[in-house]
Design a protein around this ligand. Structure first.
Ligand SMILES: O=C(O)c1cc(=O)[nH]c(=O)n1[C@@H]1O[C@H](COP(=O)(O)O)[C@@H](O)[C@H]1O
Length: 231
């Protein structure tokens, strides 16, 4: 696993607090994930501020719309020069294919494109309420297979699903896993967690880690400790 496989989730409502944290981190030791809250508040300018500091950015906006709209949104993300972006696999095969096709003109400058399967906050009961009568684990596999069929680079899933997905879909298909907690870290609202070494052992390619780093007294030390646990 490369040094930059840890994706630090920036979930802040204050740009200055976020940049203060970012300035304590090292772009050779992690990448940054910007989601809906920060992008809605601070927009492309915030992404530029992170790029100016040499960080690769995962723009986590989880697009889910008609194929034409998602293709245009993904094009806009590519124009921002982000390293990775994502869509919801539930948007369907045609939507994912349109998103992938939109990135063809960018060649090797295109962002990595992955799809969210089932959010780690969704239970089997929640799925039933939206008409999905199979266990979450089965639905994740179905959506991951569809994502691969559409030609995307990988999926967001729980580390608990990584082992099966890796063996079914191959080592080139990237698995990006939130819900990661170093030993002793506060679980917060995450339920199904794994430690960084467990997640890597299960087959995760990218570990999304937020509060255990962003809320640490010394964020760089927390990041380094995670790297050490993986070496
Ligand atoms: O897409 C995500 O990043 C995501 C998907 C998911 O199923 N579960 C999940 O927790 N996340 C995100 O992963 C990050 C986890 O942050 P911490 O719980 O603070 O480590 C947050 O930014 C979540 O929004």
């Amino acid at each position: 696993m490369s040094n930059k496989s840890i994706l630090v989730a920036l979930d802040f409502d204050d740009k200055h607090a976020a940049l203060q944290l970012v300035d304590q981190l090292d772009p050779r030791m992690c990448r940054l994930k910007v989601g809906k809250e920060m992008f809605t508040l601070f927009g492309p300018e915030f992404i530029k501020a992170l790029h100016e500091r040499d960080f690769d950015v995962f723009l986590d906006l989880k697009f889910h719309d008609i194929p034409n709209t998602v293709a245009k949104a993904v094009t806009a993300a590519a124009d921002l020069g982000v390293w990775m972006t994502n869509v919801h696999a539930s948007g369907g095969l045609a939507m994912m294919q349109a998103a992938k096709k939109a990135l063809v003109p960018y060649g090797d400058k295109a962002p990595i494109l992955i799809a969210v399967t089932v959010l780690t906050s969704m239970s089997d009961e929640d799925l039933k309420l939206i008409g999905i009568n199979v266990p979450a684990f089965e639905h994740v596999q179905r959506l991951a297979e569809l994502t691969q069929l559409a030609g995307l680079d990988g999926v967001v899933c729980s580390a608990h699903e990584a082992k099966v997905l890796k063996s079914k879909l191959g080592k080139e298909f990237k698995l990006c896993t939130p819900g990661i907690r170093p030993v002793g870290a506060d679980k917060g609202d995450q339920h199904r967690i794994m430690t960084p070494p467990q997640a890597v052992e299960a087959g995760s390619d990218y570990l999304v880690i937020g509060r255990p780093i962003t809320k640490a007294d010394d964020p760089l030390a927390a990041l380094k400790a995670i790297h050490e646990s993986l070496s």
